[in-house]
Design a protein around this ligand. Structure first.
Ligand SMILES: Nc1ncnc2c1ncn2[C@@H]1O[C@H](COP(=O)(O)OP(=O)(O)OP(=O)(O)O)[C@@H](O)[C@H]1O
Ligand SMILES: [Mg+2]
Length: 469
């Protein structure tokens, strides 16, 4: 059953309602749910779905003719059998057809035209420019290789530059949607889910494995999914990213591996990988701006454009996990998966702790704090760190986040040390302190004393189970 994606579908509907033709691009990493999304959108519209396989033009045209016959031949005079000698003929025909009625046309894995027929991009541009004014075609190009899609549509030297009306990046589900998605299929306690989410992220395709692999413990599921000889996700990072990076994938992989291990500044990455600082800088910029697999992060009180306190992190939870625990151990995994798994078990709780901190930042963003924060995020200075800081000009709210069950006494200690760290913050205003734990004893008491006290039960916010209609 199709789930969520309401904002994206709303956007598509809006574009669909515009008179005339429009060109929409949907991109996002492999497995994120692009095909499912466009098929859902097509389900109640006159539309055609074309998958751009890496085959001969003639073979593609044969497939596409069948789709046309099935979906729109009832609108064509009976003597006309759609047959096309080239992709250009096909597109010309569709543009003409849509003069009379709105038509949606999807090309899935659009970037594959590069190998099927490289000249198609410029002929598509010519046809589009010539006919779009008089037709009513909603053209949707879907692409999996983020870098390639951006090159095709956003590089000035490319023919399709400037032709796109909407460029939509499809992202993984957020933590809460992911939990609802899994809960609609199988019962998983919130604690276990946080652990699974730390490895799978909000990727529908991977979350769909949970009902089959989860037998009452998240470690068992992760063993089966990542470490076991037949684990379906053991090669996944390689399968998904190798094609994205092409010839230079090894260098990109080394950088992503280093970042996943906690080497997060250009200097640290350079020391770890042995690459020159200049080279590291070039790859970091590419991985951040072009491919979007890395994110720059700065302390929440710093100006992101001016500060030099920049660190990098892998933006995708799944890749972060995969590089850290699978790719980093590739050779050892071949030889002795049990031993790798033992080490993983020891390191995993701290890893989940970091994921929980990121979830907590989003949780605080969604809270009604009694003021509208200018910024919410993490802060660090030298060896000190504050997990969540939310502030405006008059208010400063600080949280310590712990992936642990805290007694009231533990919580008080945590809050004390938070008050001490607050002295280092360059922020003025009324300070308030809080703690977000896995389980927290004495929440009411702390609340009465003026602290904000939450645990996973609050974070997970039981929401009604209602998939999009
Ligand atoms: N919104 C959704 N609700 C329910 N299931 C979904 C949703 N999105 C994706 N899925 C499921 O997740 C899996 C992966 O989705 P899909 O094939 O659409 O991804 P994709 O981005 O097209 O990936 P690929 O790069 O592999 O083509 C499919 O089994 C699909 O049914
Ligand atoms: Mg797809």
């Amino acid at each position: 059953m199709f789930y969520d994606r309401e904002r994206e579908l709303e956007k598509f509907k809006e574009v669909y309602s515009f008179p005339g033709s429009s060109f929409l691009v949907i991109y996002g990493r492999r497995r994120v749910g692009k095909t499912a999304l466009v098929k859902e959108f097509l389900s109640d519209k006159l539309g055609l779905y074309f998958f751009v396989g890496e085959k001969d033009e003639a073979l593609l045209l044969e497939e596409y003719s069948r789709e046309i016959e099935e979906k729109i031949s009832r609108y064509l005079p009976s003597y006309l059998k759609p047959k096309f000698g080239s992709l250009e003929e096909l597109v010309g025909f569709l543009l003409d057809f849509s003069r009379e009625r709105k038509l949606v046309v999807v090309f899935d894995e659009f970037q594959n035209f590069r190998t099927v027929k490289p000249s198609f991009f410029s002929s598509l541009q010519r046809l589009w420019d010539e006919k779009k004014e008089t037709s009513n075609l909603m053209l949707i190009a879907v692409g999996s290789y983020v870098g390639m899609i951006k090159r095709i549509f956003m590089d000035r030297k490319e023919p399709l530059f400037g032709r796109v009306d909407e460029l939509v990046k499809l992202r993984p589900f957020d933590f809460w949607t992911s939990f609802d998605f899994v809960r609609s299929q199988v019962s998983v306690p919130p604690r276990d889910f946080v652990e699974l989410y730390s490895a799978l992220g909000g990727m529908p395709r991977y979350l769909l494995y949970v009902p089959r692999y989860y037998k009452g413990g998240s470690l068992g599921a992760l063993w089966g999914l990542f470490f076991d000889e037949f684990a379906p996700l053991r090669e996944e990072g390689l399968n998904v990213l190798k094609l994205e990076f092409g010839r230079f994938y090894r260098a990109h992989f080394s950088i992503l591996e280093a970042v996943s291990l906690g080497y997060v500044t250009p200097k640290e990455i350079s020391d770890k990988t042995g690459m020159k600082l200049l080279t590291v800088g070039k790859y970091l910029s590419e991985l951040t701006n072009h491919f979007e697999y890395l994110k720059r992060e700065v302390p929440v009180t710093e100006n992101p454009l001016k500060t030099r306190k920049v660190i990098y992190r892998i933006s995708d939870e799944f890749f972060n996990f995969w590089f850290r625990f699978v790719y980093h151990n590739y050779t050892a995994l071949e030889e002795d998966p049990e031993r790798v798994f033992e080490r993983f078990r020891a390191e995993f709780p701290a890893f989940v702790g970091k994921t929980y901190k990121r979830i907590a930042v989003d949780f605080v963003r969604g809270l009604d704090l009694g003021f509208e924060p200018e910024r919410v995020g993490r802060w660090w200075y030298r060896g000190e760190e504050i997990d969540v800081v939310a502030y405006d000009r008059k208010n400063v709210l600080l949280f310590e986040v712990k992936w642990k069950d805290l007694s009231l006494r533990d919580a008080r200690k945590v809050l004390k040390s938070l008050e001490r760290k607050a002295e280092l913050l360059p922020l003025k205003g009324d300070y308030q302190f809080g703690v977000i734990a896995r389980e927290l004893e004495g929440k009411e008491e702390l609340g009465e004393e003026g602290f904000l006290a939450f645990d996973l039960n609050d974070v997970i916010r039981p929401r009604p189970l209602s998939p999009s209609p």
